[in-house]
Design a protein around this ligand. Structure first.
Ligand SMILES: [Zn+2]
Ligand SMILES: [Zn+2]
Length: 173
């Protein structure tokens, strides 16, 4: 959905819509979005809120889980054409905070995707302190310790394991 900036009436434009958001090509989740757009000359102010449940893959155990997003945003947009005409003007901090639109159009899905990306964790975790997967046996360690871990961790069992190993050695030789 693209919005023509010059079509936005003086009193602003309110809209509410469901938008599919694709973060990685794997899945697309639907965001429920409310938007208020106001125009001041060519400057555009967009206030909105977004609610969705985003499917993410845990960075430690690769399990898919859903991450609830509920956020509000407020952004300013200026026509990129005007900015380009102001040749050799240095970017000021204030200008860096504003977004741009071109050809009198603002791309709402793109804007929403940006908001989602900004609020998605860089290293998603299915639960805080996810233990990941054992590199030895591939067991999901959130479900409990695996055999290889128990051998290393429990010092009381170490002598028993040694004994068992030596017995196994004797049996094979
Ligand atoms: Zn995990
Ligand atoms: Zn293991």
């Amino acid at each position: 959905m693209r919005l023509n900036v010059s079509d936005i009436p003086g009193g602003g434009l309110q809209t509410e819509l469901d938008l599919p958001v694709e973060i990685d090509s794997a899945a697309s989740d639907v965001a429920h979005v409310r938007i208020n757009a106001f125009r001041f000359g060519k400057k555009l102010l967009i206030e909105g809120s977004l609610k969705m449940s985003l499917s993410l893959k845990c960075s430690r155990c690769l399990k898919e889980y859903s991450f609830p997003l509920n956020l509000a945003f407020r952004d300013e947009y200026n026509p990129v054409e005007e900015f380009e005409n102001e040749d050799e003007q240095e970017l000021t901090a204030g200008e860096l905070d504003t977004g741009f639109y071109s050809n009198d159009e603002i791309d709402i899905p793109e804007l929403i995707k940006e908001q989602v990306l900004l609020n998605t964790p860089m290293k998603p975790l299915c639960i805080s302190g996810c233990r990941g997967i054992c590199p030895g046996c591939g067991k999901h360690l959130n479900e409990g310790p695996c055999e290889c871990k128990a051998k290393e961790i429990d010092p009381r069992l170490a002598p028993l394991n040694k004994l068992k190993e030596s017995m196994e050695d004797r049996e094979t030789s």
